[in-house]
Design a protein around this ligand. Structure first.
Ligand SMILES: C[S@@+](CC[C@H](N)C(=O)[O-])C[C@H]1O[C@@H](n2cnc3c(N)ncnc32)[C@H](O)[C@@H]1O
Length: 450
């Protein structure tokens, strides 16, 4: 098992990457891509199945791109995630490493997400069996994009990612739309009305639903909104968006609150986080709490520290650690996330945080460090690309006692660790699984100043 959840085979000294199989499967392969140093292939015939295989629990497994590792038992998934971190840190990082802590699995390996986004299509994907049956099939679909296809949507009957009432809401919206002849979107022709549906559940029990439509039709909007409000009185935050753009992003569009409050709340240790339609919040909230507890433990806070929380998003880590340290400075690219971060401090009476919006390499400047002081601890949680070289150079210059590096990509983390090794030792490594049934893995590393 190697990067991106693919398996590796060898043929005539050539490396072959294969998706959809498990380590130990004996298969015939058809080559789908050939390069100088490697090939990609798909399995077309199985001679023997691996012992690590289990029966996938979802009817959509193999078609839907969502949970690609369902054919591998959860303990085996964790084994390979740990190995992925270990391999990356050893091979790319080339730094001295302490023994790793065993990966922290997610208590929930199903129904762990608090947000799902479904797309409407008037031309849903048909499986091979459906095509072979020769029967007429309903093509108006509400579900997920087929892997790698922007225009093909798989109608989802049942999804194991988000707790109820997520499935019930999606099915109710789809059935209402079909029964009332509301026109599902046609992505190729850019025609139709219903575009997408977003459902956000929260650990406080609050529930947000957002429907995106292509153009303003108040009668149809009232119909679908009222249907949702009466069928699901538990919705606490109901919205719609009129989006006439070429894509479904809505960060630049007004979101109309039809019923309830314009936000929901997540909660951790009594701290409430306000989550609006445009806010980012970790999608596996229970496991995010575990991740943050470990991050705080690695930070070794005693109450006196100045902490910089880099790539703070909506300030979740910053607010989470604020009561255990003297002051936190949070920095993040997206201005609306910084607005959320400030609100989250305010509503929790947290007064020792300051947030800045902008590109890390510009904001983390000598001037900022002069204004707030040299941090005792830096927490950094960059995007998949890792940290910009300039940011790494600044961290070396600043030389905080400890850096807690949280990463969703062990390859770029390993690269950055090597750069930081000039002045830091890696003293703890703790992989964490935030996304069961996928190959994704999160990793926390503690760096201690030499
Ligand atoms: C992995 S997320 C961090 C999430 C946050 N720590 C949390 O737990 O909710 C990475 C964040 O980095 C931000 N980001 C990406 N590139 C950036 C840059 N060049 N400067 C500042 N922030 C950036 C993204 O907007 C995103 O919020």
């Amino acid at each position: 098992m190697v990067a991106e959840g693919k398996c590796l085979a060898r043929h005539d000294n050539m490396v072959v990457f294969v998706g959809g199989v498990a380590p130990g499967d004996v298969v015939d392969l058809r080559v789908t891509r050939k390069k100088k140093s490697f090939m990609e292939a798909e399995a077309i015939n199985f001679h023997a199945y691996s012992d690590v295989r289990v029966q996938p629990f979802c009817e959509h497994f193999g078609t839907c791109g969502g949970c690609k590792w369902q054919h591998i038992g959860y303990d085996t998934q964790l084994f390979y995630k740990q190995k992925q971190v270990q391999d990356n840190l050893e091979r790319i990082g080339k730094v001295a490493l302490p023994p790793f802590d065993p990966i922290l699995g997610s208590a929930k390996d199903r129904f762990y997400r608090n947000k799902l986004e479904f797309t409407f299509s008037n031309y849903g994907w048909l499986t091979n069996e459906q095509i072979k049956s020769g029967e007429e099939h309903e093509r108006r679909a509400l579900g997920f994009h087929m892997p790698g296809r922007f225009d093909k949507i798989l109608d989802i009957q049942n999804c194991y990612l988000q707790p109820e009432p997520s499935n019930s809401i999606r099915l109710a919206v789809r059935d209402y739309a079909r029964a009332n002849n509301l026109v599902f979107f046609d992505k190729l022709r850019m025609t139709g009305w219903l575009r997408n549906l977003i459902i956000r559940t929260a650990n406080t029990g609050e529930l947000m639903v957002i429907v995106q439509v292509y153009y303003d039709d108040q009668e149809a909007i009232t119909g679908i909104m009222d249907h949702l409000a009466t069928t699901f009185p538990e919705i606490t935050s109901l919205h719609y968006i009129v989006n006439g753009k070429g894509n479904e992003t809505f960060h630049d569009l007004p979101v109309i609150c039809y019923k309830g409050l314009p936000y929901i709340h997540e909660e951790m240790e009594g701290i409430r986080f306000r989550v609006g339609p445009k806010s980012f919040y970790q999608t596996n909230a229970d496991q995010a709490y575990e991740l943050y507890k470990l991050t705080r433990e690695f930070a070794g806070l005693t109450g006196n520290e100045l902490v910089y929380d880099l790539y703070t998003g909506a300030g979740t880590i910053a607010n989470f650690v604020a009561r255990q340290c003297r002051e936190v400075i949070g920095i993040e690219y997206v201005p609306s996330a910084i607005e959320d971060a400030k609100i989250n401090s305010q509503i929790n009476d947290i007064t020792n945080t300051t947030f800045y919006a902008g590109d890390m390499k510009d904001i983390l400047s000598d001037e900022l460090i002069e204004r707030h002081g040299r941090p005792d601890v830096v927490i950094t949680d960059p995007p998949r690309a890792g940290m910009d070289e300039k940011v790494v150079a600044k961290l070396l210059q600043v030389h905080a006692n400890r850096i807690v590096y949280v990463s969703c990509n062990p390859a770029t983390q390993a690269r950055d660790l090597e750069l930081l090794s000039e002045k830091y030792d890696v003293t703890r490594v703790q992989p964490v699984d935030m996304f069961p049934q996928t190959h994704h893995v999160e990793n926390i590393v503690l760096l201690t100043a030499k």
